[in-house]
Design a protein around this ligand. Sequence first.
Ligand SMILES: C[S@@+](CC[C@H](N)C(=O)[O-])C[C@H]1O[C@@H](n2cnc3c(N)ncnc32)[C@H](O)[C@@H]1O
Length: 310
Amino acid sequence: MAKKSDSGHASPNATRRGARTSYRKKAPPPENGHASNGLRSAPASSSAFVLREDGTIEANEDAQAGDHKYPDGRFEMIFADPPYFLSNGGITCHAGRMVKVDKGDWDKSRGPELNHEFNMEWLRRCQRVLKPNGSIWVSGTHHVIFSIGYAMQQLSFKILNDIAWEKPNPPPNLSCRYFTHSTETILWAAKNEKSRHTFNYQIMREANRGKQMKTVWEMAAPRNGEKAFGKHPTQKPVALVERCLLASTNEGDLVLDPFLGNGTTAVACASLSRRCVGVELESNYVEIAAKRVEAVFREPSDLFALPAPR
Ligand SMILES: C[S@@+](CC[C@H](N)C(=O)[O-])C[C@H]1O[C@@H](n2cnc3c(N)ncnc32)[C@H](O)[C@@H]1O
């Protein structure tokens, strides 16, 4: 099983020539270009694509070579947990205390237009590297998910489902001026209208005690054990990604995560015998991801077993 992090052609680090704002960020390369324990960490390449002023994309020679090598894309599935753009001075409740929402610079909003431009850009790249029958899952809250859905429509993805991930123990709403936020949306879309996407209907039905699985999934936030090698402010539960993998891929399939974070997708892939390529800005997260994946190979037990669906 491959277990690597690779900047590949799907890096969402766009270079905007002469534009006001660039989403290109420096990816701090690890000292020897390799993270420990087999996960390869490469600086994200920004040279393969150039977003022109008029919004069109220019592919340079590297990208064209890539197109030629993989004209039908590379990945059976993509799981993307992008910036939600919600670190803008708001407050939330963490461990019973009022704290500022600050997940990192990467999570700051640059305004609706630039946020949407960013979403269009990385989704366009993801669509290009999906196989014709491949599908993509994208998580988000209201801060980002409408832009994602609109971008998917603009790019002619075929939206298959919108999943409501319901958290049984959400943090309370401190202002008492809103309902308690307790869901995130996960959009599932096929590459385009022609795609014959994989849906493992029977596996999902069996996981749901013989009944068709619905689009509301109740799942707890990551358990403490999932953060044993280091914390990430927006880490997803392994069980959530596992369910997406089981629904839409088969053993041996190649999966991309363009916002790898602590490597939840890589961990889920390792435990379900899928192969994974990840892209991540922060090398410390790649290192945590590497340790987590190694732990799965050391203990391929039921550490990350699927919880009983509701
Ligand atoms: C929402 S988190 C993903 C968390 C991940 N799903 C997990 O369970 O650990 C988004 C990640 O994307 C990374 N990121 C943000 N902008 C990026 C970019 N332009 N290219 C690559 N990675 C980026 C951030 O460093 C962050 O770790």
